[in-house]
Ligand binder design. Structure first.
Ligand code: ADP
Ligand code: MG
Length: 707
C-alpha cells in the first residue's frame, strides 16, 4: 500500500507518546512513536470480505465474516443466561450467541441495526449459529477494509481499536529512513525497513498469510534481523567499552591463597583447578573481568569464589560476595569465615536483618578497608555501603538477582576514586572485577546471544565420592510409604528435607501447606524431631531451625522454597518434594541438589497429584532420567522455549521480541557478522549506521544488556 508521506513533525525516535493512556502503553514498553511502530501484530483477521450467511462455514475455513440486519435480540435464561441475537441477509439468518455480555449490548444490537460479524459459523439443526462472534455495527454500504486487520499484543485497558489508531498515528510521525544502506540491504537480501513495517501492520489481502503467521515472510525476516543486529551491536560495543575501562589489576597469588589451599580438607577437582586458573588470569588484567561461573549444584563453586577473593585480598584489595537469601549468605559467611579467619583475614557481614549497631560496625569496617572480605545479601547495594578499595565483586546464584541489582553492586564507588573528584574526572572510573556464579546453566546458543560480553567458565565435574541420587515420582496417594521412607532414613542416621511448593497466587497458602505438612509429620513421626522453616520466620528463628538441622539435632526439615539455593547439609540424604508438578525444572534440580552431598546414597521423591498435565509429565520424566544440570537446562529450553527460559529478569528489557533462537539461528550468525564488520571498520558511514540502528531498536535500554 502506498504510504502517505509526510514530513516528520518531530525528530522522532524518542518523541513521547502524547496520550492519556500513555501509562498503559508504557506497561507494554511503548514510550515513543518508534516503539509503537515496532509493536507488531501477533496475528491478523481477514475482514476484507463478506460472505452470504448461507455460504458461511460451507467453505474451507469455518471462520467467516457476514453482514446482516438484526431481526431479534433477546436475553434467554435457560439453560443459562445468554444473549441471543438473530441477524438476516438475503440468503438466510444467523443466530449469534453471547454467554458473557453487557446489558448495554441489547441496546446496541436493537432490531433493525446492521452488523458485521466474524466468527466460526456452524450450520446446525436450528440453522446457522455462531458463539461470541467479533462484530461491529455498520451503516449500509460501509466500505470493507482492503488489508488484513492486525491483532496486536495488548495490555489491560487497551483495545485493539485504540492500539491500531495509536500505531497508525505514530507511523505518520517517525523518521522512516532505513538504518542500512541499499548496498547492505542487497548484500543481506533484506526488504527495506519501511516496506516491511507497513506490510506487517497493513498486509494486503493477497499476502502469503501462512508466511506471516510463522514469521518466515521477508518482512518478518527484516524485523528479526534488525532486532538481532541491534542486540549484537550493543553487546559488542559493551565488550569494547569494558576492555577500555580500568580495573585494579589483582596480580598477587600469595600467602593467603597458598595457605587457604593448604587448609582445605580436600584437593580441588580438575575442573575447579581449570576455572580457578581462568579467573586468576582475568583478575591480573587491568580491565574488569566479567565472568560467569557455571557449575552444577554441588560442583564446588564456593571454594572457587573463595580463591578468587583470596587473590584480591593478597593483592591488597577488598572482595565482596553477595547471595540472594539470608540463609545462603549466612552459610557462606560461616563457611568462608571458618576457612579464612584463622588465616588472619577480616570478614564483615551485612544483611537487612542486622541490628543497627551491628550494621554500623560492619559499615565502618567496610569503609575503612579493615574488612578484607564482605559477605551479605542485597543489603550490600544500599547507598550507605561504601568500600575503601573494592577489587572484586562476586554474585552467587546470579540468576536470582535482577539486572538492576547486579549493576548496582558493580557500580559501587569506592572511596579511593570516589573521594577525589579531580581524579575521577581526569581518569576513567575504576570498576571492580565481577564474578557471577550460577547453577542454572544457560545453553551455549543462548549464552552467545544474550551474554556476548561475558566470559564463561564451566565446572563440568562433581567432587569425587558422591553417590548418584536416585529420583522417583510417587503419587501422593502413597504418602504413607513416603513417611516410612523418611523414618527409615533417620533410623540409619540420615536426615531428610520435605519441601512444600511455592504457590504463586498466595504466600499465605504456601505457608498453610507447610504448616499443615509439618503438623502431619510431627504426628506421624512422634519419635523424630521435625523442624519447620519458611519465609515468614524472623531471621533469627530461621537460623535456629537451620542450625539444629545442620547439627543433626533436627531430623526432618519441612521447608518452603527458602532452602532452594545453596544450603549445604551433607548428612541429609532424602529429599521429598510435595506437589512436584508445580515446580519448574530448574527449581526441582536445585532442590534435589540439597541431597547427594555426602557419601550416603541419596534419594529424591517427587510427590505428585494426578492427573498430570503434559508439561508436568515431561518435567518429572526429565528429573527421573538425568541429574546433569546441563541436560536439564537443555530439556527445559525445549519444553519452554527461550523466552520463558530466560525470563525478562535475566535478559533485561532487551529480550528478543521477534527473533526466535530455536528457528532463527541463521539470522543470528548473519547479524553477528554484520555487527562485526560495522564496528571493525568505523568509517563515518558505518558509525552513523550503528548509532541510528541502536537508537531505533534499543532507545535508552542499552544498559540492560551489559550485565
Ligand atoms: P555449589 O557449586 O552448589 O555452590 P558448594 O560450593 O556448596 O557447591 O560445594 C558443595 C560441597 O562440596 C561442599 O560441602 C564443599 O565443601 C564440597 N566440595 C567442594 N569442592 C570439593 C572437592 N574438590 N572435593 C571434595 N568436596 C568438595
Ligand atoms: Mg553454591
Amino acid at each position: 500500500m502506498p504510504a502517505p508521506k509526510r514530513k516528520p513533525a518531530t525528530p522522532a525516535p524518542s518523541a513521547p507518546v502524547a496520550n492519556t493512556r500513555a501509562s498503559k502503553l508504557e506497561k507494554l514498553g511503548l514510550r515513543s512513536d518508534m516503539d509503537l511502530v515496532l509493536h507488531l501484530p501477533l496475528r491478523y483477521e481477514d475482514e476484507t470480505e463478506v460472505v452470504a450467511i448461507q455460504q458461511a462455514g460451507m467453505m474451507g475455513t469455518s471462520v467467516a465474516q457476514v453482514e446482516g440486519v438484526v431481526t431479534a435480540c433477546d436475553i434467554q435464561y435457560r439453560p443459562r443466561r445468554q444473549l441471543i441475537v438473530t441477524i438476516a441477509d438475503d440468503s438466510g439468518q444467523l443466530v449469534m450467541r453471547f454467554l458473557n455480555f453487557y446489558g448495554s449490548q441489547t441496546k446496541q444490537l436493537a432490531v433493525g441495526t446492521r452488523v458485521r460479524a466474524r466468527g466460526e459459523i456452524r450450520h446446525g439443526f436450528f440453522g446457522a449459529e455462531v458463539v461470541h462472534p467479533n462484530y461491529k455495527v455498520v451503516l449500509e454500504g460501509a466500505p470493507l477494509p482492503d488489508v488484513l486487520t492486525p491483532v496486536y499484543p495488548a495490555g489491560e485497558g487497551l483495545s485493539q481499536v485504540f492500539l491500531r489508531k495509536a500505531i497508525a498515528d505514530a507511523m505518520q510521525h517517525i523518521e522512516w529512513r532505513d538504518t542500512l544502506s541499499p548496498a547492505q540491504l542487497a548484500a543481506q537480501q533484506l526488504m527495506p525497513f519501511e516496506t516491511a513495517v507497513r506490510l506487517l501492520h497493513n498486509p494486503p489481502p493477497e499476502v502469503d498469510e501462512h508466511a506471516l503467521e510463522d514469521r518466515s515472510h521477508p518482512a518478518w525476516v527484516r524485523m528479526k534481523f534488525d532486532e538481532l543486529l541491534a542486540q549484537q551491536l550493543s553487546l559488542k560495543r559493551a565488550q569494547v567499552a569494558r576492555r577500555a575501562k580500568n580495573a585494579r589489576a589483582l596480580p598477587v597469588i600469595g600467602q593467603l591463597s597458598a595457605a587457604f589451599l593448604g587448609t582445605l580438607p580436600f584437593s580441588l577437582t580438575k575442573a575447579q583447578q581449570r576455572v580457578v586458573a581462568e579467573i586468576s588470569a582475568d583478575l591480573r588484567a587491568s580491565f574488569p573481568m566479567q565472568r560467569l561461573l557455571q557449575g552444577d549444584v554441588g560442583s564446588g563453586k564456593t571454594v572457587v569464589a573463595a580463591l578468587a577473593a583470596a587473590q584480591a585480598i593478597d593483592s591488597g584489595y577488598q572482595a565482596v560476595l553477595m547471595a540472594p537469601t539470608e540463609i545462603l549468605a549466612d552459610q557462606h559467611f560461616r563457611k568462608i569465615a571458618a576457612w579464612m579467619e584463622p588465616l588472619g583475614v577480616r570478614v564483615a557481614w551485612l544483611t537487612g536483618s542486622l541490628k543497627k549497631k551491628e550494621k554500623l560496625a560492619s559499615l565502618a569496617m567496610i569503609e575503612s578497608g579493615e574488612a578484607q572480605l564482605v559477605i551479605g545479601t542485597h543489603a550490600l547495594i544500599q547507598d550507605s555501603v561504601q568500600f575503601a578499595k573494592l577489587g572484586l565483586v562476586i554474585v552467587d546464584e546470579q540468576h536470582r538477582f535482577g539486572v538492576g541489582q547486579r549493576l548496582a553492586l558493580r557500580n559501587k564507588t569506592t572511596s579511593e576514586n570516589g573521594g577525589n573528584e579531580a581524579a575521577e574526572k581526569s581518569t576513567v572510573a575504576v570498576v571492580p572485577h565481577q564474578l557471577m556464579m550460577s547453577a542454572t546453566p544457560i545453553p551455549r546458543t543462548l549464552a552467545m546471544t544474550y551474554y556476548a560480553d561475558l566470559e564463561i567458565s564451566v565446572i563440568d565435574e562433581l567432587p569425587p565420592g558422591r553417590t548418584p541420587i536416585v529420583t522417583r515420582a510417587v503419587d501422593q496417594m502413597r504418602r504413607d510409604e513416603v513417611i516410612e521412607r523418611v523414618h527409615a532414613a533417620v533410623q540409619d542416621g540420615r536426615q531428610a528435607y520435605w519441601v512444600c511448593p511455592l504457590i504463586e497466587e498466595s504466600e499465605a497458602l504456601q505457608l498453610q501447606t507447610a504448616t499443615e505438612t509439618y503438623a502431619m509429620l510431627v504426628e506421624a513421626l512422634p519419635d523424630l524431631r521435625v523442624g519447620l522453616v519458611h519465609g515468614r520466620l524472623k531471621q533469627a528463628e530461621k537460623q535456629e531451625v537451620m542450625d539444629a538441622f545442620s547439627a543433626g539435632v533436627c531430623h526432618v526439615l519441612v521447608a518452603t522454597t527458602v532452602i532452594e539455593v545453596g544450603v549445604d547439609v551433607p548428612n541429609a540424604s532424602l529429599m521429598v518434594i510435595e506437589h512436584a508438578e508445580r515446580f519448574g525444572l530448574s527449581q526441582l534440580h536445585q532442590l534435589r541438589g540439597r541431597v547427594g552431598r555426602g557419601s550416603a546414597a541419596s534419594v529424591c521423591l517427587l510427590l505428585y497429584q494426578s492427573p498430570l498435565g503434559y508439561i508436568a509429565k515431561q518435567r518429572l520424566m526429565t528429573m527421573r532420567e538425568t541429574t546433569d544440570g546441563f541436560e536439564i537446562a537443555r530439556r527445559d529450553l525445549e519444553i519452554r522455549g527461550p523466552g520463558e527460559f530466560l525470563g525478562a529478569r535475566q535478559s533485561g528489557q532487551a529480550m528478543l521480541r521477534f527473533a526466535d533462537l530455536t528457528t532463527d539461528q541463521w539470522l543470528v550468525d548473519r547479524a553477528r557478522d554484520l555487527a562485526q564488520t560495522l564496528l571493525q571498520d568505523p568509517t563515518p558511514a558505518n558509525q552513523a549506521t550503528v548509532s541510528a540502528h541502536l537508537a531505533r531498536w534499543l532507545g535508552g535500554r542499552e544498559d540492560f544488556l551489559k550485565v
